[in-house]
Design a protein around this ligand. Structure first.
Ligand SMILES: O=P(O)(O)OC[C@H]1O[C@H](O)[C@H](O)[C@@H](O)[C@@H]1O
Length: 443
């Protein structure tokens, strides 16, 4: 089975008849999505993407990845939001958080830039590259986002200094709109190889496009497997409401109506930390609008059980957890017996660390449920490329259904503009003069 939903963490909170009663509405939401008749329907290119992707471009991604691997010790991936999170989530999901230190042979170190406005971070990254050979993949659908634009100026200059303008051309790969935006214009002017973010796929739904696929492939993630996993999720989660994406959307909606306004995506392996970050953008930008929505966040257990665990167990009862449990770790470690059992751990001698992790998972689940935090649980066998693709498509589909159930357009993000307008005004950008005056008067 690709993925299993476990309901034992919901027994006090959601009854079978409630799920049954929610079905007609879930069906309407799903039909609206699948028939492409709902709000935001010009952004549904991701729905059939696992079957309908551009094979020629896919082959070109593999060639470019090969070239990066051949010519670079370091790959700098520049992007933010949907142009950043998915690729990083994939690389860490498959290879672990310490990927750069233990990466597969022949693959470059991969670092991400343009996802913050920290000069220290940028300078640290320049230091890390040092004298080594590097390539750049600059990613921006709009081609005008401030953070990646700043980072790209710095690394483009570095690249041109080191390799000359002609040489840099061979090392810079741009992923952007097929015809619009500053990045597309720049890429055409300079002669960079370009990859397309399709018009009908929004940033947070774009991980299975070149946005995510090129960095993944460069890092040695098997992108054929990623697409196969996504294709399987597409087949399993459509048409009827008898599938996990519909059930998950129904459960979220039922819990929300009962006052649970916060969802925590829980993992038990640091390799999934960035997957949690990707999920946060997906759900918050899709549902957090019109003064509605579940606030989606993530937690990393057992790490966070020693920090925010107290609140989840015992604080304001406003949350539910969605646990993503991976049954088999990438590698195993066995706890050894010690002669003097000073730390009292000998009762675990011979047991695997994953066994201990599994008991932490089960024990936490029961404690949180007893404390008033319902748990939805998904279990998968392995954190590999196939399951990454599966999970991406699964959460995207569930998010689309869930957004329509909530009565919002899940495919826009008008609220993100507010801070940008203020920032541009305060920076003195042309056209924002009036706002600048008004804002500065308030400071
Ligand atoms: O790819 P870009 O156009 O640079 O956009 C990057 C990100 O920036 C924005 O502010 C949006 O809210 C995100 O949805 C998007 O993923």
């Amino acid at each position: 089975m690709s993925m299993e939903l476990k309901m034992s963490g919901l027994w006090r909170y959601v009854q079978d008849d409630e799920i049954h009663d929610a079905e007609p509405l879930v069906k309407v939401a799903q039909d609206t999505l699948e028939s492409c008749k709902g709000a935001g329907n010009d952004f549904l290119g991701w729905l059939d993407l696992p079957e309908n992707y551009d094979r020629e471009e896919f082959a070109r991604i593999k060639q470019a990845a090969e070239k990066i691997r051949r010519t670079a010790d370091v790959l700098i991936v520049i992007g933010i939001g949907g142009s950043y999170l998915g690729a990083r989530a994939a690389i860490e999901f498959v290879n672990g958080q310490m990927y750069n230190q233990i990466r597969p042979e022949g693959t470059p170190e991969v670092y991400f830039a343009g996802n913050n406005i920290s000069s220290s971070y940028l300078n640290d990254l320049v230091k890390i590259v040092g004298d080594r050979d590097f390539c750049i993949n600059v990613i921006s659908k709009s081609g005008t986002t401030t953070e990646p634009a700043i980072a790209f100026r710095i690394f483009k200059e570095l690249c041109e200094k080191k390799y000359g303008r002609e040489g840099a051309k061979e090392r810079i790969f741009a992923t952007t709109d097929k015809e619009r935006g500053a990045l597309k214009q720049l890429a055409d002017d300079e002669g960079y190889e370009t990859f397309v973010v399709p018009d009908d796929i929004g940033g947070r739904f774009s991980v299975l496009t070149p946005v995510g696929l090129l960095p993944m492939a460069a890092a040695g993630v098997n992108i054929d497997e990623v697409m196969k996993g996504a294709a399987q999720a597409r087949i399993e989660n459509r048409h009827t409401t008898d599938h996990l994406a519909a059930k998950y959307a129904a459960l979220r909606s039922i819990l929300h109506r009962k006052g649970k306004s916060m969802e925590i995506l829980v993992n038990y392996d640091p390799a999934l930390v960035m997957f949690g970050e990707w999920y946060k953008q997906l759900f918050n930008e899709s549902e957090g609008k019109d003064h509605k929505g579940i606030f989606a966040t993530s937690a990393n257990f057992s790490t966070d059980l020693h920090s925010i665990g107290q609140f989840i167990q015992d604080g304001t009862r406003m949350m539910f957890e969605t646990v993503l449990w991976v049954r088999e770790p990438r590698s195993e470690s066995i706890i050894k017996e010690e002669k003097d059992d000073i730390d009292g751990l000998n009762y675990l001698a011979g047991k695997s660390v994953q066994f201990v992790n599994s008991k932490a998972y089960q024990g936490t689940l029961l404690a949180h449920v007893d404390g008033g935090t319902p748990n939805i649980v998904f279990e998968i066998d392995r954190a590999d490329a196939w399951h990454f693709g599966y999970l991406v498509y699964f959460f995207e589909k569930a998010c689309g259904i869930s957004g329509y159930l909530l009565g919002v357009n899940p495919f826009d993000q008008p609220g993100v503009e507010a801070y940008k307008k203020n920032m541009f005004a305060l920076l003195g950008k042309k056209g924002y003069e009036q706002r600048k005056k008004y804002l500065e008067g308030r400071m």
